[in-house]
Design a protein around this ligand. Structure first.
Ligand code: CP
Ligand code: NVA
Length: 301
């Protein structure tokens, strides 16, 4: 049995296979052809944080695969009243075929996975958001070509998304430049682990140096879920980290712009960029559905 807690849980060839299957599933769905490969299977979805894309894509994905998804907001379960994660994992996993979790502490999904008898999928923790990178790499392939050997620039917070892009560099073989302000850098051990696996990763404070000549520019909110109280302080720290037309202007002329969403126009990204011709954010959001259906098949079938 396999879990998907970070991208490093996949071998590079498995990452490729999942995305190939994601394109097949997307074609089947667009053609209106049934593909009930997970008939009779149930996915429990535990949410400790808000979500639009993740919930809609997993729930719809399970339905399209002939299965069922169960939305469990932690506030409405005994987990939210303090039932130990270990006990909840044993009980929930005894009745379903897979569990998807969005929570704060990454150790919670690790503990859940340890006591679960079925595969566990990380649908965002404070540490990583691996499902998003599957959709993002798929979106790059949809609009361009293989991402291997291309250069991706991350601008902004060294957060869960930055960590996932770093892990992705090791699995999908793109070069990664990160421009992050002092005090908001990704964790060294995440970078080191990816470098040890052969990834080429540069970290700088200079946004234009990081984005010069790149194939893809991406960013994320300055204050993630759970950091709302730091918003004002972060606005100061990230004031020079907006992806605007000047930043896109130094990237390759055909560079794409991605954002996991939700976005704050006028903070991490200018409206002219996210709503402009280089932006592929709506395909990126839609591809959550197709990439995760392939992931669900890979883990649950
Ligand atoms: N990108 C993403 O995970 O979106 P949601 O928070 O809406 O699920
Ligand atoms: N870094 C953001 C990503 C949201 C999908 C957050 O954790 O809130």
């Amino acid at each position: 049995m396999r879990h998907f807690l970070t991208l490093l849980d996949l071998e590079p060839f498995e990452g490729k296979q999942i995305l190939e299957r994601a394109f097949e599933l997307k074609n089947l769905q667009k053609a209106g052809k049934p593909h009930h490969t997970l008939a009779g299977k149930t996915l429990a979805m535990i949410f400790d944080k808000a979500s639009t894309r993740t919930r809609v894509s997993f729930e719809t994905g399970m339905y399209q695969l002939g299965g069922h998804a169960l939305f469990l907001h932690s506030g409405a379960t005994q987990l939210g009243r303090g039932e130990p994660v270990e006990d909840s994992a044993r009980v929930i996993s005894s009745m379903v075929d897979g569990v998807m979790i969005r929570t704060f502490e990454h150790s919670m999904v690790e503990t859940f996975a340890k006591y679960s008898s079925v595969p566990v999928i990380n649908a965002l923790t404070d540490w990583t958001h691996p499902c998003q990178i599957l959709a993002d790499v798929m979106t790059y392939m949809q609009h361009r070509d293989e991402i291997q050997g291309k250069t991706v620039a991350w601008v902004g917070d060294g957060n869960n998304m930055a960590h996932s892009w770093i892990n992705g560099a090791a699995i999908f073989g793109y070069h990664l430049n990160l421009a992050c302000p002092e005090g908001y850098l990704p964790q060294d051990k995440v970078i080191q682990e990816a470098r040890d696996m052969g990834a080429t990763i540069e970290v700088t404070q200079d946004v234009l140096a990081a984005t010069a000549g790149v194939d893809l520019v991406t960013t994320d909110v300055w204050a993630s879920m759970g950091q709302e109280e730091e918003q004002a302080e972060r606005e100061q720290a990230f004031a020079h980290y907006m992806v605007d037309d000047t930043v896109m202007g130094v990237a390759k002329p055909n560079a794409l712009f991605m954002h996991c969403l939700p976005a704050h126009r006028g903070e991490e990204v200018a409206a002219s960029v996210i709503d402009g011709v280089q932006s592929v954010v709506w395909d990126e959001a839609e591809n959550r559905l197709h990439a995760q259906k392939a992931l669900l098949e890979f883990l649950l079938k």
